[in-house]
Design a protein around this ligand. Sequence first.
Ligand code: PLP
Ligand code: TYF
Length: 390
Amino acid sequence: MAPRDPILGITEAFVADKNPNKINLGVGVYYDDNGKVPLLQCVRKAEALMMEKAAPRTYLPIDGLAIYDKAVQELVFGAESPVIQEKRAITVQALGGTGGLKLGADFLKRFSPDAQVWISDPSWENHRALFESAGFQVNNYPYYDPATRGVNFAGMLDELNAMPSGSVVVLHACCHNPTGADLTSEQWDQVIDVVSKRGLVPFLDMAYQGFGDGIAEDGDVVHRFAATGGSLFVSNSFSKSFSLYGERVGALSIVATSAEEASRVLSQLKRVIRTNYSNPPVHGGQVVATVLATPELRQMWEDELAGMRLRIREMRRLLVDKLAANSAAQDFDFVVRQRGMFSYSGLTKPQVDRLRNEYSIYAIDTGRICVAALNSHNVDQVAKAIASVI
Ligand code: PLP
Ligand code: TYF
């Protein structure tokens, strides 16, 4: 038997739990205040337009729907980006953010077979597995510092300075999963500088654009990497930002050092796609492309995404306040400083076990909780339970 996915396995255990008051703070999914996964209005409207057109479902091009790739590229790099104007950027539709990472990993293994890959310590569980399955040796660079509940930035920089040139560095563009601890703007400057000077290959994973400080604000780090003139890989996902988890919509973008190199990169990437799944599915890409390219729907999306972002912030504040009100034996103020869907709560494995066994509250063994699963109806129950297990 293969081991279970440590995160998706928690959902299996949650589903099997018969307690009607169970709460799943495990998997990274955004729920609304009624505990439901939303279907965004902008998505409904786009789907209504698509139904009216009743277009046939032919095969898409290997690299996906052209209007999708263009809209995503402009979203990721900025519509006025020099890398777009100079035709140095290519973007292909991918099966979610995971699919974007896997395409990038397979591509890199083919052209940089001896490179090593570095991921943050800790990182999203699937990063290591994905790059290992593509054939890479995967190492960790220091990232989280439990003492400060922030980033061990000196340790991270030291490691970046020690990696062999040509190493692939996977970086979370925003809303670090699992810790919620992001780099400051000044720290990003230093990382970009070292990566660029030392000839490392940056691979940005942006699965939560819009959940940190805003669409433009969260995307800024991509723009800054793109401005260095070096190569760059970016996988992005719309699973969370469009609440389209099951449609598998994402992309991989690669910035090359010239337009001519970019066209060769695209041709090779198409070969990777062809030999994996031939071409991507239509529906999700069409929905996202319709929303991004229709001004009224796009505004609606930006407003709905802002609503999700602000609700998560409110839940962070509410959880901290309720923990204090329940005389929790510890200060949780750090939770409001973290970004995105997750909080590294500092709960230990035995505490997580007690939450699960005694209260039917499911967190990840590492203490990660999904703040986006809290709501005004369950936050009291969660705060009381946490206060009691610590
Ligand atoms: N990268 C990170 C950091 C994630 O948290 C996730 C989770 O969803 C992904 C990639 C994968 O996204 P998708 O579900 O679109 O494949
Ligand atoms: O970290 C999370 O919870 C999300 C969802 O193999 C996820 O990124 C978790 C595990 C996995 C795929 C997606």
